[in-house]
Unconditional design. Structure first.
Length: 227
């Protein structure tokens, strides 16, 4: 359950986060998180001021954490180690210029080998999860675009590559549910398959820092036969 540092220099580190690990504490939580791991293994990444206040009154400094993965999503993350690298990476995530590639095992056999899902997302006033064109939405809907490509088809499941053009909360989970192929194990978004986890993995990440282009990738820990 511990993350793994797969690359590090003076500007940033690259982490492979396992499924089941939360990025940082949430209200009234006490479990070990990625933030605790960084305190132990990369204290320099926490020298950056990046404050979050929880409802329970705790004040957290998230340091160089510039993006998150859901608890059940495994895969690659970048953590800044300097103020300059934090600012640059934060801007790239905000402008969607960082390229992220995910792998997901979804229910059913995808009809098309490639497809673009262009469907705005929002939350219903009575629900926490994102959905396409929800009734009684809280505020305005936000544009969301995902491209997918079929990697291989199995018995009642399809392994797909997902390329989010935007970075909305739960975007991939909501979009795959919207097209009738929820991610295996994602019961909140309609999965009926039993699984030890949500079968979603952040496989690769590419970005530019100090005029140098970087590309990192971690293998997907599942296939069409499961884990």
């Amino acid at each position: 359950m511990e993350p793994t540092i797969i690359f590090e220099n003076e500007h940033f580190l690259i982490i492979d986060k396992p499924s089941g690990v939360v990025v940082h504490p949430f209200d009234y939580s006490t479990e070990r998180t990625l933030l605790d791991f960084l305190m132990d293994h990369s204290p320099s990444s926490l020298s950056i001021q990046n404050v979050k206040i929880l409802q329970d009154g705790r004040i957290l400094n998230l340091g160089g954490i510039v993006h998150k993965l859901d608890r059940e999503t495994s895969g690659i993350m970048v953590i800044a180690k300097t103020v300059a690298s934090y600012a640059s990476l934060k801007e790239q995530f905000s402008s969607h210029t960082i390229k992220k590639t995910y792998r997901a095992l979804v229910e059913g056999l995808m009809e098309h080998d490639t497809f673009r899902i262009d469907a705005p997302l929002g939350r219903n006033k009575k629900e926490y999860k994102q959905s396409v064109n929800p009734k009684n939405p809280r505020g305005e809907l936000r544009s969301a675009v995902t491209d997918y490509k079929v990697i291989t088809r199995g018995e009642g499941v399809t392994l797909v590559e997902l390329l989010p053009e935007t970075g909305r909360t739960h975007q991939l989970r909501a979009h795959m549910s919207y097209v009738g192929h929820p991610i295996v194990g994602d019961k909140a978004y309609g999965s009926t398959h039993e699984s030890s986890r949500i079968m979603l993995h952040a496989q690769s990440l590419s970005f530019t820092l100090l005029d140098q282009q970087y590309l990192f990738e971690v293998p997907t820990p599942f296939g069409v036969s499961g884990l």
